[in-house]
Design a protein around this ligand. Structure first.
Ligand SMILES: Cc1cc2nc3c(=O)[nH]c(=O)nc-3n(C[C@H](O)[C@H](O)[C@H](O)COP(=O)(O)O)c2cc1C
Length: 188
């Protein structure tokens, strides 16, 4: 018997992505977002939903670009910090000691120390409610060689991304390998 929990964003897990932007004066900023995901394969796109109160919101509107830097477990503290303070009054890169790198493809910085990066050009903006959804077309994906698997793509066990549970407000690592997609279901 299932219990109704009401109309709310009670879902798990959600990703922990860090959005990189430049402000009007060119100061790099990083903000953590969990209301985010892949939203189209062709053109390759991701969507991130931000409240207008965030500094990043205005930065994306002005610069029409953002990056996604995916933190590995070792950068949990920094990823959480990027979601606690605002770039409006703090230089978060200086505070954490992490390094902003200017994308050569889009008008936004990414976090050098994080292993997986998506460079995005703003494609669509949707006003949904308290969040604005920004759809970014992926111009390039960059990954540290150390996290690539034998197939040349990022290996989840090497990249060690973090997931989040919104209601409990807890971070978790990735669980154990279960099987291959488009494959295990064929046994039925
Ligand atoms: C784990 C986590 C996930 C978050 N996800 C979002 C999100 O998806 N959208 C949002 O507007 N704020 C989100 N926040 C809050 C922002 O990161 C926070 O308001 C931040 O200070 C905004 O930074 P900025 O003002 O420098 O842009 C999240 C915070 C944390 C810790």
């Amino acid at each position: 018997m299932k219990k109704s929990l009401g109309a709310a964003t009670i879902i798990l897990p959600v990703p922990v992505w860090v959005i990189g932007t430049y402000d009007a004066r060119g100061k790099p900023n990083a903000m953590t977002a969990a209301w985010a995901g892949v939203c189209c394969s062709d053109p390759p796109c991701v969507a991130v939903s931000l409240r207008a109160a965030t500094y990043t919101h205005g930065n994306i509107k002005r610069r029409k670009a953002f990056t996604i830097s995916v933190p590995s477990e070792e950068y949990l503290k920094e990823a959480d910090y990027f979601g606690i303070v605002s770039g409006r009054d703090t230089d978060k890169f200086a505070a954490t000691g992490l390094t902003p790198v200017k994308s050569d493809l889009v008008d936004a910085p990414y976090v050098k120390e994080f292993p997986l990066i998506l460079e995005c050009k703003l494609l669509h903006t949707f006003e949904i409610g308290i969040h604005t959804q920004f759809v970014g077309e992926i111009a390039d994906v960059k990954a540290d060689k150390e996290v690539l698997g034998e197939d040349g793509y990022p290996d989840i066990e090497k990249a060690q991304p973090i997931v989040y549970t919104p209601m409990a407000r807890t971070y978790h690592g990735i669980g154990k390998y279960l099987g291959r997609g488009f494959s295990v279901g064929r046994k039925i």
